[in-house]
Design a protein around this ligand. Sequence first.
Ligand SMILES: [Zn+2]
Ligand SMILES: [Zn+2]
Length: 178
Amino acid sequence: MTQTTETTFYCANHPDTPTTLRCNRCEKPICAKCAVLTPTGYRCNECVRSQQKVFNTALWYDYIFAVLIALVLSYIGSRFVLFIGFFTILLAPVAGFGIAEAIRAVVHRRRSKQLFLAAAAAAAIGCLPVLFSRVLLPLLFGRGGLIFQLLDVLWLGIYAVTITSTVFYRLSGIQVRR
Ligand SMILES: [Zn+2]
Ligand SMILES: [Zn+2]
């Protein structure tokens, strides 16, 4: 009996399609085809799109700064790895944290997933010169204690993985906590 008293709405984009769904942001009736399921419920396409713009505020030069900062700091850090060895496990997260904070200071509150991915990729690339010098030079010239070279490569690998993931998750964490 209560069903008959319920008003039927028609989708804002499809006037022939009756629906009970509404966008939970603008309250517009939307059919199942138009509704987009977001973490906060069903939304219309327009609201999802305008929301994405808010989450994608990085400017073109933010990419340049973020990549340069990540490249340079990651490279400097990778040189330290050769001196600190085992302590890389403890200090690499700190380095990743520092790189993320430095990038954050420059891009302020602007953000985009691509920006964070670019920064993380740059952090990984920054490790490569030292990593290659440790892998390739001994192979090419066949000198130096092989065990020590292998250990260096191990620490550098741990360093690369740690700072790459720390930079990415630390930067995108800002997005979540907004
Ligand atoms: Zn809406
Ligand atoms: Zn529709």
